[in-house]
Structures are given as structure tokens and as C-alpha cells.
Design a binder for this molecule. Structure first.
Ligand SMILES: NC(=O)c1ccc[n+]([C@@H]2O[C@H](COP(=O)([O-])OP(=O)(O)OC[C@H]3O[C@@H](n4cnc5c(N)ncnc54)[C@H](O)[C@@H]3O)[C@@H](O)[C@H]2O)c1
Length: 490
């Protein structure tokens, strides 16, 4: 347990009296007994965004009482009702800034599972208050935010983990071992694909103004908007469907890229890409006149990212991404009737090496190698079942984070985390780089009769270190975003 936090918490209790003390000051000898965890050995957890994925994130981190949930912050009490019922003694908030003001000394660590546009602002507030953070994927809405969070986790010495739970799946470890033994040889082509979007996307901006759900006030909706541009409530935005709108979400690539690009990024030791190019699907409701909806993420996209050779992989790599149901074809070495990646070939990864193709589905599951000579290997079952975290939800992705929080910043538990921001920050930047190209693709002047002038439809050259497109300055507007008045990162 972080001694400093414990000390501050006890000081706080002394100052604030008995009500706060009831949370955690129960001397060990009162309860006693073997297997009992003293309150001071538990982490005091808070959730920002406790509905949707947040429901399992906070429950998994709570770990059947190994830790305690002291606060829940959510803008929609109906969406997070299951968490409120489960953690009935937790204090409820709508505004995370108020939560940190009121409970600064009562919280050790925070799970953040809000829509993408509020990840960074909530995570930065948590870290500035000295809280360890578990932040859903993609880590942030834009590149600049990912860089800021990565640096802030080091600056504030907090233990961080992004919610790409496949990172803790033994399948990824298996692929690292196979690759480092040289089984597939150096890789030059990587294919990654997803069946997302599976929510409305590429559709016109809704014009009607339905009433807010009974569980939300105007103030709650304003908090939902947070740093984004203000728009009125619509059920096409909240819950879940915010994914398809750039104001809040990051589209299909943002939704699945941090799961599916994770295996090649990790196995091949990739860093920042140097080039990105894309094309996106079009929708026609009138002859010859494609819909032009720059507010919305496209119905499908095809993105190519280029990477230089790495310390682990001695060849330059081209990574090709498909979404919207488009997927790559069977490479020569994979039999015609085999699924690619997941069952039904819905999502997957293929790394093409000189000796074989290494594949997996979502979360690094079902890893396999198809060799040039026709042989195939799969992960042995006991590789999975002998993993100490096998029985934990999501292979202990949240539990290992809570254990690292207790061990403290820089501990071996912290260093062993599979997706602390030192890793997941650059991974997110890479994923979001694809979105920068997709948004750039809409830049230009839409005209009549298909006479369109879209200047952003080009290959973009990227200086990753300095976060700058070097051959088309207009695209740099998507590196960061202006925040709404009243909201700031630092
Ligand atoms: N790792 C995974 O497998 C996985 C799966 C699903 C979602 N996710 C991620 O989890 C995040 C949430 O997605 P979801 O599908 O649960 O969305 P959702 O809309 O279903 O749930 C979001 C929750 O956050 C609340 N919320 C919204 N704005 C808030 C704010 N400013 N402050 C506090 N609470 C707020 C909402 O009321 C809701 O309870 C996203 O980043 C998404 O990418 C990850």
C-alpha cells in the first residue's frame, strides 16, 4: 500500500472526524482471523463512469472485497444503477472535479470508463490529485492528450494501466515467445481488421431534440459534454452510440484499434509510424452526390501505417487496417476454408513473416502460426490454464493494476503491468494517427455534381517525436482539440 497515501488518509480522518472514519478505520484485531484483509491493506477505489464497461472495470478492481469502492461518479444514475446497487455505501457524484475536492484524501485509485472524449481530462485530474489510474481504451481522444497523460503518469508517480485487457491475455505472451524464437522470421506486412462499427455511424447529424432521459438533468448533460463542443442531448449520442461522432468518440479504429493493433505493436516492438494514408467508405442517398458528414466517423475505412525496422524486427513494416466489415484475403499459407482471426473472421490480426503467418483474434486470443511448409501450430491449452490469473476476470488486467498500486510507483509489480501508459500512450498515439488521416480525408471543399476538392486526401508524413504532419499543415488541427470554456487539462 502506498504509505504516503495511507498517512495522508489517516491525517485526514483525524481532522475530519468520525463520519469519514467509518469508511476504513477498523483496527485489524477487531475483525481478526486468517484470510482477513485489514482495511488499511485495501485500496480505496473510485469509478468515473460506472455504467457500461465501467461496471465491470470497477467490480473487477474491487476484486470481491480485496479492495473497497468508496465513490462512484457518473452523469446518468440509470446507466450506472447496477454499480450503485452493488456498492451501496459508495458516495455518489456527478462531477469528478467535485469528487476530488471532497474526497481527495479518501481515494487511492480511480477507474475511468467514460466516453473517449473525457478520458484525458478525468485522468489528468486524478493524477494531479496523486491517484493511480486505470483508463479505458483508447487512452485518449487525440494524440496530444495521449502524450500528456504518458508524461503525467511519470511526473505524478502514479501507477497507470489502459483498459486493453487483451494485453494481459497469455495469447500475447505466447506470440512474443514464438516471434522471439524466430519461428516466423522478420515481418514486413501486418493486416488488422474489425467488423466495427456495430452502432450507427456514417449517418447524418440528428436534427430533432428529444427530451433528456428522466435520470439526467441539464447539468448532468453538460457534464457529459465536458470539454467537447456543446450539442443538445440525443439518444444517438448517449449511451454507447457516442462512438460514431468525432465530438465524443473515435470510430471503429478507436474502438478496436487498441485491442487489435496491440499484438503487432508489442510483438514487433513498434514505435511511432512515419507515414499514414487512408480511404473511407461513401454513402449515397442521391445519385452521384456522396453524403458529406465531417461530424461523423465514416461507415468504413482502410488505413495504411508505415513503420521503420525495429530492434525486434529487422524489416520496415506496413500495417493495413480495415473496418466496417471489410477484411483482408487469405494469404497463400492459410488454407482456404480456415477462419481468419476470430470465429467467422470478424476481427483479427495477421503478421506475415518470411517463414510463416502468425495470427490471432481479438484480445490476442487463439494465436496460431501457419508455416510456409503447410504446418500449423496453436497455443497449448495448458499455456492458458497454467497462468496464475487464469480464473480472474479479463486475466487480471484490473487486479494486477490494483496490486501494482499497493506496491507503489516503480515497483516490480508496476513494471510488470502489460499496459501502463509508458506502453499504452505510444500505442494510442499510433491508433489515433489513423484517425488523424481519416479526418484529414474530409478536409476540403465539397462541391456539386461530384466536383469535389478534398485536399486532405493524400499520404501524410509524420514526425512522431514532434507530433507533426510535415507535408500538409491543415491536418495538424487534429493532433489536439480546443476545449470548451471552463475545461482544461492542466
Ligand atoms: N476494454 C473493453 O473491452 C471495452 C468494452 C466496452 C467499452 N470500452 C471503453 O469504455 C469506455 C466507455 O464505453 P461504454 O461502452 O461503457 O459507454 P457507455 O456510454 O455505455 O457508458 C459510459 C458511462 O460513463 C458515464 N459517463 C459519461 N460521461 C461521464 C462523465 N463526464 N463523468 C462521469 N460519467 C460519465 C455514462 O453515464 C455511462 O454510465 C469507452 O472508452 C470504451 O471505448 C472498453
Amino acid at each position: 500500500m502506498n504509505k504516503k497515501i495511507n498517512r495522508e488518509r489517516r491525517d485526514f480522518v483525524k481532522k475530519s472526524g468520525i463520519a469519514a472514519a467509518s469508511f476504513f478505520i477498523v483496527p485489524r484485531y477487531v475483525l481478526g482471523g486468517r484470510g482477513y484483509t485489514a482495511p488499511s491493506d485495501r485500496l480505496n477505489l473510485a469509478a468515473i463512469g460506472a455504467g457500461g464497461k465501467g461496471q465491470s472495470d470497477i467490480a473487477n478492481a474491487w476484486n470481491n472485497g480485496a479492495n473497497q469502492v468508496v465513490a462512484l461518479c457518473d452523469v446518468d444514475t440509470a446507466r450506472c444503477k447496477a454499480s450503485i446497487d452493488k456498492f451501496s455505501s459508495a458516495k455518489l457524484f456527478k462531477d469528478f472535479r467535485r469528487m476530488f475536492d471532497e474526497m481527495k484524501n479518501d481515494i487511492d485509485a480511480v477507474t475511468i470508463s467514460t466516453p473517449d472524449h473525457t478520458h484525458a481530462i478525468a485522468a489528468m485530474a486524478a493524477m494531479q490529485n496523486g491517484k493511480h489510474v486505470y483508463v479505458q481504451k483508447p487512452l485518449t481522444h487525440n494524440l496530444a492528450e495521449a502524450r500528456m497523460l504518458t508524461e503525467a503518469a511519470r511526473k505524478y508517480k502514479v501507477v497507470s494501466q489502459m483498459g486493453n485487457q487483451g494485453a494481459s491475455n497469455p495469447g500475447q505472451q505466447q506470440m512474443i515467445e514464438w516471434f522471439s524464437k524466430g519461428l516466423i522470421g522478420p515481418v514486413d506486412q501486418v493486416y488488422v481488421w474489425t467488423n466495427r462499427p456495430v452502432w450507427p455511424q456514417g449517418i447524418p447529424v440528428p436534427k430533432d431534440k428529444p427530451a433528456l432521459p428522466a435520470s439526467m438533468s441539464r447539468e448532468d448533460w453538460d457534464l457529459f459534454i465536458g470539454p467537447a463542443e456543446y450539442v443538445d442531448y440525443h439518444p444517438l449520442f448517449h449511451p454507447f452510440k457516442w462512438r460514431g461522432w468525432w465530438n465524443f468518440g473515435t470510430g471503429a479504429l478507436g474502438d478496436m484499434g487498441c485491442h487489435l493493433i496491440d499484438p503487432p505493436f508489442r510483438v514487433l516492438g513498434l514505435g511511432y509510424p512515419t507515414e499514414v494514408e487512408c480511404s473511407v467508405g461513401q454513402v449515397f442517398t442521391q445519385d452521384w452526390q456522396p453524403e458529406y458528414i465531417p461530424e461523423g466517423c465514416p461507415p468504413s475505412s482502410h488505413v495504411q501505417l508505415k513503420f521503420p525496422a525495429t530492434a525486434k524486427n529487422k524489416k520496415p513494416i506496413t500495417l493495413t487496417w480495415y473496418d466496417g466489415g471489410i477484411r483482408p484475403f487469405h494469404p497463400e499459407w492459410i488454407p482456404a476454408s480456415e477462419d481468419l482471426g476470430d470465429a467467422g473472421s470478424t476481427n483479427g490480426v495477421m503478421m506475415i513473416g518470411t517463414k510463416g503467418v502468425m495470427t490471432c483474434g481479438t484480445y490476442g486470443l487463439i494465436p496460431k502460426i501457419y508455416f510456409k511448409n503447410g504446418k500449423k501450430i496453436e497455443m497449448p491449452k495448458d499455456y492458458m490454464t497454467s497462468n496464475p490469473n487464469e480464473k480472474l476476470p479479463e486475466y487480471g488486467h484490473q487486479v494486477s493494476w490494483t496490486q501494482a498500486c499497493k506496491a507503489g510507483f516503480g515497483s516490480k509489480e508496476h513494471q510488470a503491468l502489460t499496459s501502463s501508459f509508458d506502453y499504452s500512450g505510444p500505442l494510442t498515439e499510433t491508433v489515433i494517427m489513423g484517425n488523424l488521416a481519416i479526418r484529414s480525408y474530409s478536409l476540403g471543399t465539397p462541391g456539386q455534381n461530384n466536383r469535389l476538392s478534398f485536399n486532405g486526401r493524400r499520404k501524410l508524413l509524420w514526425d512522431g517525436k514532434n507530433m507533426k504532419v510535415t507535408n500538409y499543415d491543415e491536418a495538424n488541427q487534429f493532433v489536439s482539440r480546443p476545449y470548451r470554456q471552463g475545461w482544461k487539462m492542466a
